[in-house]
Write a protein that binds this ligand. Sequence first.
Ligand code: ZN
Ligand code: ZN
Length: 346
Amino acid sequence: MLLHKKALFNPQGETDIRRGKILGGNPTNLNDFNHLKYPWTSQWYRQAMNNFWIPEEINLAQDLKDYQHLDPAEKSAYNKILSFLIFLDSLQTANLPRLTEYVTLSELCLCLNIQTFQESVHSQSYSYMLDSIVSPAERMEILYQWKDDAHLLARNTFIGNLYNEFQEKQDDVTFVKVLMANYILEGIYFYSGFSFFYNLSRQGRMPGSAQEIRYINRDENTHLWLFRSLITELKAEEPQLFTPELEAELLAMLQEGVRQEIAWGQYVIGDKVSGLNSRMLSDYIQYLGNLRWQSLGYAPYDPAHTHEPPSMAWVAQYADANLVKTDFFEARSTAYAKSTALIDDL
Ligand code: ZN
Ligand code: ZN
């Protein structure tokens, strides 16, 4: 089925939310927070709003000192991982509004809009990290490394092409594939990089960078929740779309994403960084691949990797912003309190 951009001002749109549809509906675009087709969107919205954070509130003074003492392999990994993450979050910021134009359920568009805002904050947080830690010349080099580094370019091309496919062909099957590409990005591509930052942090190095990543990680978890739900609710609404052929294709995409993330981890981290090695990363990413596939309601595709590898159990502990009640290095709670009213002087 070909998809059309939804109408903007549409007084003749459907007002009975029970007849609302993720794709091909006829929405009025009114945001009615009291009548939701999917009640989980209300919980999601509140969670995402409560996750609000400001990158500059994290002190990077220690990171500036530590960075000078990273060994060359660690420094190279730090730079390349940042270069990749900046690209991912920038592309997410640009891509999500393109999807929203075709989603015909306002409550889901609200969630996607908040996600877009958060992806913008993520790209800004990397910029703040670079501004604070490296010279302007190094910053430029890191920002554009993805154009010259063959591995980085190959990774970004794979993701970029999946996103571009929906720019060129707006049909429902391509939409499912772009949802899956987002789900893989949120659930697989970030994880070698996140592990690298948490590993430095557990050695008492680059604490501010790890804290930035912890907040980003928390947001990415809600994005993963959103995309998993988008895929599973769409499957419930349009079961005929999910043919065995399409499901095989989605699995192949996930497996390719896992393969690329492992190859990437070996390239940037490999056995060159103390506290991590290729085997740990590959076990971990294979486990995540299975977990993501199971979260969509399917049986694990790789029965050899159905449990979290004990060697990587520390990642979840370092990633959990709510578990770590106070930040290790600052006397501030990692969970932001409800914001006090801002007084506007206009
Ligand atoms: Zn992000
Ligand atoms: Zn995200």
